[in-house]
Every structure is written in C-alpha cells, then in structure tokens.
Design a protein around this ligand. Structure first.
Ligand code: GLC
Ligand code: CA
Length: 533
C-alpha cells in the first residue's frame, strides 16, 4: 500500500507553494559595464534567460550600499544601491522588466547585523559608554582584570571570538565578521527601522524577501556562556543561545502581517539553521514566513535511504503546519553539488547532480536553483589565495570554509574568459573547463544539463501532478527510490550500476537514458527519470 505523505491542502494555493526560484548571485551573474563585477543592468539584460529556463521568480543577493566585507551581507544603507551594482533606478527597471517577463523578484534582507559603516554603528562608536546609540547593538564591558576578556565565550561563525573591543574598552557582539555588528532586537527602534526598510522595497515593487540569518536576531537572556568550543559546528544540530531562540518568531509574525498588508502575495523565505526539521517548520507556521530552505536535504549524502528519510521527516514537519517544503541543493555558501557528490570525478558528480535535480523537481513543494547549477558547474577548487574574498572560515554542515569556489562568474558564451560575463575580466578567475559549459555551448544540445533543466521545468509546469500536492512511496529495489505523484512516477537510482525494475510508465524525461523493453526497464547508474502513468 502506498503511504500518503502530505496533508491534503485546504488552504488556498499560493504561487509560492510550488514556485521554482532562481538565485542570482549579483556579483557573478552578468557584468554590463566591463569592470569585472556583475551588476543590476547585467541582470536585467539577462532576465529573458531566466524566464526561458522556466523559473517563476528570482532571488537577488544583497546589492545595497556596503563596504563588501562579506559579499554585501554587511549593509551600510538598506535603501541605497551600491554604486558597484548600479542605482536605485536600475533596481526599479530590473523589477519592471522581471514583471513584464512574468518573473517575481525576491530581494535579500539582512536584519541580524549591519555593516560597521552603517550610520547607527558609527554613532554608537562615537558615543560614550552606555549611551542610547549603543542600545541598538550589543555593547558590553569585558570580563577579567580591566575588562580584557570578551563578555562571554561565543564564537563568530567565521572563526574567533564573537566580540571585538572598541577604543574605549567596551566590547560589541558580531556573530559573523567584526565588520558585521549584531543588532539588538530588544530595541523598538530596530523593529521600526526594519518595518520601514521592508516597506521601502515593497513599495518599489519587490515580491518578497529572503531573510538572512532569520534564526539569529534574538539572543538568550543574559547572553549566557556555551561552555564548548567549535560552536560553528553545532549550528543546525544543537540549541545555541544565539540561534533559533523562540523570540525570533514574534519578529516573523510582525513581518508576515506587514507582507499581508500588501496585495500580490508577497512572501518571506527564511534562511534559518534550526536543530531539527520540527524546529525549522516553526518558521513556516501559517502566521509566519512562507518558505524556509531545507538545508538537511542540501546536506544529505548520495544515499537512497538517507534521502528517503530526509524527504519523509521534512514533508512530515512542514506538513504538520500546512506549509510546503522548500528544496534546495546549492547556494552561494556551500560547495556546488556536482563537486559535493563527485569530488574530483566531474563525470560522476555531474551524473548525480543531474539526477538530484530531477528528484528535487519531482518532490512536492517549492524549489530554489542556484545560478550555474543548470549548467552543471563544478566548485572551482583551485582559486589563487589572492583572488579569494570570502571572510568565512566556517566549517560545519556542508560549509567547507572558503565560499568563493561557488561564486565564480557565470560562463555565457565564447571560448575564452570571461566567457561573455562582461567585456572586461571577472572578479574571480574562471577555469578553462568553463569553455564547454557556457549557455551558448549547451543551448540546443539535448544531452546538456541546461536543456535537461529547461525540459524538466517545462514539464513541471505542464503536469498538474507535480509541484504542490500529494506524494507516495512505491516499492523499489535497494539503492533505488520510486515515488508517485498524481499521474507521474519518479525513479531514482543512486547506485553505480544499472538496475532493472518493472515498467513504471511512459518515459517523460531522464537524466541518463534508461533501456526500455516491453517487459523490463533498466535504469542507468546514478540516474533519475520521470514516467507518465
Ligand atoms: C548568510 C548568508 C551568508 C552570509 C551570512 C552573514 O548565511 O547566506 O553569505 O555570510 O549570512 O550575513
Ligand atoms: Ca559591473
């Protein structure tokens, strides 16, 4: 008996429940003015590519005024576009063009911390100890003789203490780089300011926000010690006094009310590292955010039973609050999944990555695609040290320290760098291997990864059984997953050998061709296929 895994939907189906959202890493998508850095005009010019791929929306990483100490996740002015990326008019035009093409636009909002160059933080530093401008951040006296020691034992996600001492002897908290001081969300002013920032962008026409470190804004009362080192490794698996505190949900409820006060189903997606799928599901309760990235799926090894288990617990957790699961395989913070699945063996990694994409797109819920995964780009592992810009030495679930290798500018066309990225160079060097992976080289080649994504997204739109809705498991041999959606069966062979199964149906699409005869079907090694029934 097939087991039904999702609760029937009674709530109205919002667009976001099964949307495919394409993540644009602004600095690396397309460069319009030849300075080697991607920008808003470059994105606008290339939006037809995203629309033709079949995405419903784009998520743009931060393009606000910033000293770029952490790739723009250190915001100095939340209402201004960094001149590196363009102007506010460029942002406006980008949004208008996207809407004309039928694409929604989600922007990144960074509420856990500002840049140390933000006017609030400069005012705080200029002020006397204990003054009101310091109330917007976490300033504390140090411990030990003369306050020489940090106020507690918290570590920065990027390594080292989470505290930096100021000239007057007080310390301030930064869960990330010292250039990213944490805001104090006990301050009503902080709440008011972020409501106003969200309104600013909603009024400009954005369709929602990706909320950076959505689990971080509230810290445990009294900022208690943790009593253990290597805290970054505990993120996402243990309760920490600086992450996933219950108080953050009140903030998300407030933002949901704000989003709902606008027309057009504006959404919020949480980047939240919670210690369990159940804790993660709290972020997508009906009065909170719409989506939360499923990083457990992203981190799942290439193993059928592990994948089966993650899919089960994820659907059960989000199903219990009536929300969709939001699947994701890659983003700008993790090694690209071709390389995670295959290591140095590109062909193996690509086979698995193509199969994983078809699996992900067959699952109930919404999906994020990270720019370049549709081209089968690998992680660039041999960047010269002097080219690297990532402040991160973060090592935990799937995050292997330096994050520049997944941020290398996209190859669009031609046979030499910068491969159509722009007319100048590219801020990170592109490897020679990008030559065969350009959009131009893959377009029209039915065996290419780009055409696989295009065909899968087209089918997903066409077939009512995919996207949001019920899913069941069907019997399958070891190492194989067979899942049923209304009218569609999806087979995934995670083994390195061909596997024979019955006849699942009429072949719709495959990451590697199966051998089909009237009596049996042989799935290729490391492959996924969709079948019509
Ligand atoms: C999020 C972003 C990451 C950034 C960090 C601090 O995890 O995705 O790129 O470094 O927040 O803002
Ligand atoms: Ca540029």
């Amino acid at each position: 008996m097939a087991q039904e895994l999702t609760t029937p939907q009674t709530a109205p189906r919002g667009w976001w429940r099964d949307a495919v959202i394409y993540q644009v890493y602004v600095r690396s998508f397309a460069d319009s003015n030849g300075d080697g850095i991607g920008d808003l005009r470059g994105i606008r010019e290339r939006l037809p590519y995203v629309a033709q791929l079949g995405a419903d929306a784009v998520w743009l990483t931060p393009f606000y005024a910033s000293p770029q100490a952490d790739g723009g996740y250190d915001v100095a002015d939340y209402r201004a576009v960094d001149p590196l990326f363009g102007s506010l008019d460029d942002a406006r035009e980008l949004i208008t063009t996207a809407h004309t093409l039928g694409l929604r636009v989600i922007t990144d909002i960074v509420p856990n911390h500002t840049s140390d160059q933000h006017v609030w933080f400069r005012a705080a530093l200029a002020e006397r100890q204990g003054g009101p401008a310091r109330e917007r951040y976490h300033f504390r006296p140090g411990r030990g003789a003369g306050g020489q020691l940090p106020p507690n034992d918290w570590e920065s996600v990027f390594g080292g203490s989470a505290w930096t001492r100021t000239a007057d002897g007080d310390w301030y908290l930064h869960l990330f780089a010292p250039e990213q001081p944490d805001l104090n969300w006990d301050s009503p002013e902080v709440h008011e300011e972020f409501d106003s920032i969200l309104r600013f962008w909603l009024d400009l026409g954005v369709d929602g926000f990706r909320i950076d470190v959505a689990h971080g804004m509230v810290k445990a009362e009294g900022l208690p010690d943790i009593g253990a080192r290597e805290q970054a490794r505990m993120i996402g698996s243990q309760v920490l006094p600086f992450f996933d505190q219950d108080g953050v949900h009140e903030i998300h409820r407030g933002w949901r009310r704000l989003l709902d006060s606008y027309d057009g189903e504006r959404v919020g997606v949480a980047e939240a590292w919670a210690p369990s799928p159940e804790r993660l599901a709290l972020y997508v309760r009906p009065d909170e955010l719409h989506q939360a990235f499923n990083f457990q799926f992203l981190n799942c090894p290439w193993d059928a039973s592990a994948m089966h288990a993650v899919i089960d617990v994820s659907l059960a957790a989000t199903g219990s609050v009536g929300a969709p699961t939001t699947w994701v395989l890659s983003n700008h913070d993790v090694a690209r999944h071709v390389t995670r699945y295959g290591g140095d063996d590109y062909a193996l990694g690509l086979r698995r990555a193509r199969a994983a994409a078809l699996l992900m797109l067959a699952l109930p819920g919404s999906t994020y695609i990270y720019q370049g995964e549709e081209l089968g780009l690998p992680e660039v592992t041999d960047l010269p040290d002097e080219a690297r810009q990532d402040p991160s030495f973060f090592r935990s679930d799937g995050q292997e320290g330096l994050r520049d290798g997944c941020r290398v500018p996209l190859p669009w066309s031609g046979d030499q760098a910068p491969y159509g990225f722009g007319s100048g160079g590219s801020w990170l060097p592109q490897p020679d291997g990008f030559k065969g992976l350009t959009v131009e080289a893959q377009t029209g080649d039915p065996r290419s990864t780009l055409e696989l994504y295009r065909a899968a997204l087209a089918l997903r739109r066409e077939l009512p059984g995919l996207g949001d809705g019920p899913m069941s498991w069907l019997p399958a041999p070891d190492g194989v997953l067979v899942l049923g959606r209304p009218g569609v069966v999806c087979t995934l062979n995670t083994t390195g050998r061909a596997v024979e199964i019955g006849t699942p149906g009429r072949l719709l699409i495959a990451s590697a061709p199966p051998a089909v005869s009237s009596a049996t079907t042989t799935l290729s090694a490391d492959s996924c296929a969709w079948w019509a029934i």
